[in-house]
Design a protein around this ligand. Structure first.
Ligand SMILES: CC(C)(COP(=O)(O)OP(=O)(O)OC[C@H]1O[C@@H](n2cnc3c(N)ncnc32)[C@H](O)[C@@H]1OP(=O)(O)O)[C@@H](O)C(=O)NCCC(=O)NCCS
Length: 188
């Protein structure tokens, strides 16, 4: 019990993120069980109106749609929003570890801020979003895709691995409130 509490405290300050990467080579088969849409302000309002008791990222997502570097997608089934998922086309700051993605590689897309609403989890929504974004990357002439997953986020890891992503490096940082100290960018 004490060990578990100590581990939780340490994990607040000591962050390990695993970076996964895939080469975008082929056409991918989009899961037609769902609808996919690029978000605008009115869709963001509708989505968080539907899920207001769960989370509200509307301000963050609205800021993002004004920036051409980013694209936010939602997955829908009928009238219900199942989740939202993001792509960065250019330099992307990771506010968990303080590292940057796409800085030296403009042929890469970075997939980040993935969220499936609770009632839709375990139904393949996340996997569908990854395949959809990989295909979107190909359409935009990108050669590879990356993502960063906080260690032990098993559900997220499983989705990315099953879409062909491979673990390529680990990022380690110390986080003390808003201060982030990058310790190691460890290639594996
Ligand atoms: C991680 C998350 C996006 C997964 O979404 P999801 O739509 O439920 O995922 P999927 O249904 O597409 O499942 C993908 C895989 O993960 C597995 N999985 C899903 N939830 C799981 C869980 N709680 N534990 C273990 N495996 C799980 C599925 O079985 C599936 O694996 P399979 O292909 O081997 O069958 C969702 O749990 C979530 O939004 N979590 C909170 C935010 C978060 O952690 N985002 C990711 C940050 S990188």
């Amino acid at each position: 019990m004490i060990k578990r509490i100590l581990k939780k405290i340490v994990n607040q300050f000591y962050i390990v993120e695993k970076v996964y990467k895939v080469d975008l080579k082929d056409k991918y088969t989009i899961d037609n069980a769902y609808d996919y849409l690029v978000m605008d302000i009115s869709q963001i309002n509708l989505m968080f109106e539907e899920h207001k008791t769960e989370v509200d990222y509307s301000d963050v997502l609205k800021q993002r749609i004004e920036d051409h570097n980013f694209r936010t997608f939602a997955i829908k089934k009928g009238n219900s929003f199942c989740g939202f998922f993001n792509i960065a086309f250019d330099t992307c700051y990771d506010n968990i570890t303080g590292y940057y993605f796409n800085k030296d590689n403009k042929d890469n897309i970075h997939l980040f801020h993935d969220y499936t609403f609770k009632k839709w989890r375990g139904k393949g929504v996340h996997k569908a979003s990854i395949i959809y974004r990989m295909q979107y990357g190909i359409k935009n002439n990108k050669k590879s895709a990356t993502t960063a997953i906080v260690k032990n986020n098993i559900a997220s890891e499983k989705s990315y691995l099953s879409c062909g992503f491979k673990h390529v490096e680990s990022l380690i940082a110390l986080k003390f409130f808003k201060i982030k100290i990058k310790l190691i960018k460890r290639a594996i």
